[in-house]
Design a protein around this ligand. Structure first.
Ligand code: ADP
Ligand code: MG
Length: 238
């Protein structure tokens, strides 16, 4: 699993400066949670790392290698969104194996990898179902399965659980944690849910108005919030 480094990464859309220079170094296997109010640039930051959006300035390094000019498919980073974007006409197995089929991976290898991912995610009995015959939580698992089978260098989660009800969120949160521990995957996870942030994060990055306000462990932010914004998010007295 790869390190991710952002060196003075900026983003503007036309005249609008969405992200001020962002510096961030993520260790291999680290789980970083990115929090901040709506519109502060969280998704834009993930999209730049994945290569779906170009950085206006600065360097993005994955595994120490500068990827700014690299196509998304060559970065080998998996993104998991809140909308699952599954192919409705394909089965669970079909959805999970799609990227491997595109890469012309050998059939035996594909079924082996899909079987493993389905088992990891508790989907073994559902591999022949179509997405419409799945619950919200199961669909989100398929979306994660699709990410896992690619054996990416890192996972980027953009509010993956925000469409699920409270009970399911809690269950999926625990599963994501287990999955992370098992795969040792470098992960960046965007959420506006304080409990998700506190329970999942090795470190939390608090972003506001396009700037990193604080980086630290959940306990750091809780005990020593850098400002009112962080204190407000973490729910501790400033
Ligand atoms: P967040 O995920 O934190 O809610 P986003 O990264 O989606 O925020 O958006 C940050 C800001 O950038 C917002 O003001 C949004 O309107 C703007 N923005 C995002 N994508 C585009 C785009 N493609 N064109 C113009 N503005 C954009
Ligand atoms: Mg967003």
């Amino acid at each position: 699993m790869a390190t991710i480094d952002l060196n003075a990464v900026e983003k503007s859309f036309g005249p609008i400066h969405v992200l001020q220079p962002v510096d961030l170094s993520i260790r291999s296997g680290e789980f970083v949670v990115l929090v901040g109010p709506s519109g502060c640039g969280k998704s834009t930051l993930l999209r730049m790392i994945a290569g779906l959006e170009e950085a206006t300035a600065g360097d993005i390094l994955i595994g120490g290698r500068r990827v700014n000019d690299m196509e998304p498919k060559d970065r080998n980073i998996a993104m998991v969104f809140q909308s699952y974007a599954l192919y409705p006409h394909m089965s669970v197995a079909g959805n999970m194996s799609y990227s491997l089929r595109l890469r012309k991976t050998a059939k035996e290898r594909i079924s082996e990898v899909v079987r493993g991912a389905a088992e990891t995610l508790g989907l073994s009995k559902l591999v022949d179902r179509k997405p419409r015959a799945l619950s919200g939580g199961q669909r989100q698992r398929v979306a994660m399965g699709r990410a896992i089978v690619r054996q990416p260098q890192a996972f980027l989660f953009d509010e993956p659980l925000s469409n699920l009800d409270a009970r399911l969120r809690e269950q999926m949160r625990a599963e994501i944690k287990k999955l992370h521990q098992r795969l040792g995957a470098t992960s960046i996870y965007v959420t506006h849910d304080q409990i998700e942030a506190m329970t999942l994060a090795d470190r939390i990055v608090a972003l506001d108005a396009g700037r990193i306000q604080q980086i630290g462990t959940p306990l750091d932010l809780y005990q020593r919030p850098a400002n009112r914004f962080v204190a407000g998010f973490i729910g501790s007295p400033a």
